[in-house]
Design a protein around this ligand. Structure first.
Ligand code: G3P
Length: 330
C-alpha cells in the first residue's frame, strides 16, 4: 500500500511538472520606436493584451517601445532572420526588401488617409506582401496610419528654397533621404529617439513628422514652427517573422491577425479624433502653424519617382491607375 502511495505521489508530481512545462508561454518580443504617450503605442498595448489573454497563456507578447530594442532597418532584420519578434515601424523599411513598398508611399501621392487605406487593399500591394513573405517577413498590416508629415523647425518654410541649408533628420530610409533632398534640405538619417538630444546639441535643425509625433514626443519643447508640407504619410507596418508565424497554430495566427487589424482601426480612429485636439494643444504651448506653397513642394518632389532604379518599371503608372480607380469610386 505504502509503495502504491509513493508511486501515486511520484506520478502526480510528474504530471504537475510536465503540465507546468507545457504551460510556459511562447515569448514574442514586439519592438517599436513609438513612445508610451503616442497613440500607436496605446493601441499596441490593447493588441498585446488581446493576444496574451486570447491565447490563454500560450503566447506572451512583450512590448519594447521607444527604441529600447533594435528598430527600423535593424528591427526588421531581426524579423527577417526568423527571431521570435514582431516589429512596428515605417512601411519604408519594407522597401529595403521589396523596393516597390517605397513607391506606394511616395511623396504627395495621397490626399486622405482613406485613399492610402484603399491602396493598401489592392492586388498590387498584396503582391508586394507576398514578396516580403518570400524573404522571411509576414506583413500583418500596413494600415497603422499616424498622420501626414510636415516640417517642425525653428523657422517657418513656405517654398522649397526656404529649406536650403537646413539639416533635417530623416528616418534611416532612402525614400526619406531622397524626398527631403528633393525638397531642398540636407537629410540627416537617425533613429527618432535620438532626435530630441540632436536638436538640442545642434546636430540637426529639426525633424519632419505628424501631429501625433509632435505632441507625443514633446518635440515642441525644441522647435515651435510647424510648416504644413504634408509631404509623406506617416504609416507603420506591423510585421512578424515568417519562421515564427509558421510555427504557430492556425488559431493563434487568426488571433494575432484579428488583434492587429483591430489595433489598426483603433489607432486610426483615435488618430483622426485627436489630431485637431493635439493641434490646439500645440498652439497652446507656443507652436505656430504655417501654410506652405503646396504646388511648389509637390513639383519639387516629383523627381523622387525617378531616383530608384530598383523600383519596378512603370510602378508609378500602376499606382496612378489604382489611385484613379479609388478616386473614381468616391
Ligand atoms: O516616436 C517616433 C514617431 O512618432 C515617429 O518616428 O521615425 O517615423 O519619424 P519616425
Amino acid at each position: 500500500m505504502k509503495r502504491f502511495f509513493r508511486l501515486a505521489t511520484l506520478l502526480t508530481l510528474f504530471v504537475v511538472l510536465v503540465s507546468g512545462l507545457s504551460a510556459a508561454p511562447r515569448v514574442i518580443k514586439l519592438t517599436t520606436k513609438f513612445v508610451p504617450a503616442e497613440q500607436t503605442t496605446l493601441s499596441l498595448v490593447k493588441v498585446i493584451d488581446g493576444i496574451n489573454k486570447g491565447s490563454n497563456g500560450a503566447l506572451e507578447v512583450q512590448l519594447f517601445d521607444s527604441g529600447t530594442m533594435p528598430i527600423g532597418k535593424d528591427g526588421l532584420e531581426l524579423v527577417a532572420q526568423g527571431g521570435d519578434v514582431m516589429c512596428v515601424d515605417g512601411v519604408d523599411f519594407l522597401g529595403d526588401y521589396v523596393p516597390d513598398f517605397n513607391a506606394i508611399i511616395g511623396p504627395f501621392l495621397y490626399t486622405s488617409f482613406d485613399e492610402y487605406l484603399a491602396m493598401a487593399r489592392t492586388p498590387l500591394v498584396e503582391e508586394l506582401k507576398a514578396k516580403a513573405y518570400e524573404q522571411g517577413i509576414k506583413v500583418l498590416s500596413i494600415d497603422w496610419v499616424f498622420g501626414f508629415r510636415s516640417m517642425m523647425l525653428k523657422k517657418p518654410v513656405k517654398v522649397p528654397e526656404d529649406m536650403i541649408g537646413i539639416n533635417l533628420r530623416v528616418p534611416t530610409s532612402p525614400l526619406y533621404t531622397e524626398t527631403i533632398k528633393a525638397l531642398g534640405a540636407n537629410p540627416i538619417a537617425m533613429s527618432y529617439p535620438d532626435t530630441y538630444a540632436a536638436i538640442q546639441s545642434g546636430v540637426i535643425d529639426g525633424v519632419e513628422g505628424s501631429i501625433m509625433t509632435y505632441w507625443g514626443t514633446k518635440q515642441w519643447e525644441n522647435v515651435k514652427e510647424y510648416s504644413l508640407t504634408n509631404h509623406l504619410l506617416g504609416v507603420s507596418a506591423v510585421t512578424i517573422s515568417r519562421k515564427l508565424w509558421e510555427s504557430l497554430t492556425p488559431e493563434q495566427q487568426k488571433l494575432i491577425q484579428e488583434q492587429v487589424d483591430f489595433g489598426a482601426k483603433d489607432n486610426l480612429d483615435a488618430t483622426v479624433a485627436s489630431e485637431a485636439d493635439f493641434m490646439e494643444k500645440l498652439k497652446g504651448v507656443g507652436v505656430h502653424v504655417h501654410e506652405v506653397d503646396a504646388d511648389a513642394f509637390n513639383k519639387a518632389a516629383s523627381v523622387v519617382f525617378t531616383k530608384f532604379p530598383k523600383w519596378s518599371p512603370g510602378i508609378y503608372d500602376k499606382i496612378m491607375v489604382e489611385l484613379n480607380k479609388i478616386r473614381g469610386k468616391k
